[in-house]
Design a protein around this ligand. Structure first.
Ligand code: FPP
Length: 256
């Protein structure tokens, strides 16, 4: 495992962070693999492979600094529109990531969890993902949410269907439905809302990511493409987050 404390630069950034105010939950839109590759005259798939390396580093970094939840947008419901070849590469990279990393993630107490409908993934990929979730389910460290075949709108629709089903079958009364109850029907039922949503490659969109959960998240967009987003960039982004003033629709404490 890389040791992020090792480089002086990272140590300096870490010293400047308020360790008591780390975001509990970081969610990342890992964008720009294709552009990263194009800038280097390489095929897009090379960008995705470099993206997996970046993911490896960021997961380790979050685990080491004590982030409790990390959600990464690995494959969206809209990504099926990509050429079959690229979808195939993304699926095999996902399988390879789990195959190569599971042992170490498990020994570092990382718990893998999936957000999304994985029944539509290729069978072998779905099985591998479920195996990883099962093996790590009692771990007490970082919760790594892999958003796979995930879309915020689809998630809300499936929650609505499950709620209607429970109402029809008298397991839930119409009057008892509130925001908390609704949130319990989402893929993120056991997970707090993200404090910080990071998007790489400069695009300022949510792209159907955590539409319900990101209602009050701080959004930080960085210009780097995802393969260039290293530990140092993450620590910088957390520093930006710590300088934000979160009011959740209220006003500053000093103004009260
Ligand atoms: C966006 O880059 C990234 C994705 C569509 C998927 C994210 C995938 C990875 C980080 C690598 C695979 C990791 C796993 C675990 C499967 P883009 O292709 O949209 O880039 P572009 O906007 O520059 O074209």
């Amino acid at each position: 495992m890389i040791n992020i404390w090792k480089t002086n630069k990272n140590k300096k950034i870490l010293d400047n962070l308020d360790r008591d105010r780390l975001p509990l939950h970081i969610a990342i839109i890992m964008d720009g693999n294709g552009r990263w590759a194009r800038q280097r005259g390489l095929p897009r798939t090379v960008g995705h492979r470099a993206g997996v390396e970046a993911l490896r580093g960021i997961v380790q970094c979050c685990s080491q600094i004590g982030i409790k939840y990390l959600t990464v947008y690995a494959f969206s419901t809209e990504n099926w529109k990509r050429p079959q070849y690229e979808i195939g590469i993304l699926m095999s990279l996902l399988k390879e990531y789990i195959r190569l990393e599971l042992k170490e993630l498990h020994s570092n107490e990382v718990r893998i969890h999936v957000l999304g409908n994985i029944s539509q993934l290729p069978k072998d990929v779905g099985e591998q993902v479920l195996k990883a979730c099962d093996k790590t389910r009692n771990n007490k460290g970082l919760v790594l949410n892999l958003a796979l075949n995930y879309g915020g709108r689809a998630e809300i629709i499936q929650a609505l269907q499950a709620i209607v089903d429970d109402v029809i079958n008298n397991n839930l009364s119409l009057e008892s439905i509130n925001e908390e109850v609704f949130a319990n029907y989402l893929y993120t039922a056991d997970c707090p809302d993200p404090d910080l949503v990071i998007r790489t490659s400069g695009e300022m969109r949510l792209s159907n990511f955590l539409l319900w959960q990101a209602a009050y998240s701080e959004i930080v967009v960085v210009d780097e493409c995802w393969p260039d987003f290293k530990e140092e960039s993450l620590l910088d982004t957390i520093r930006v987050y710590q300088n934000r003033d979160r009011r959740f629709g209220g006003i500053k404490k000093v103004e009260e």
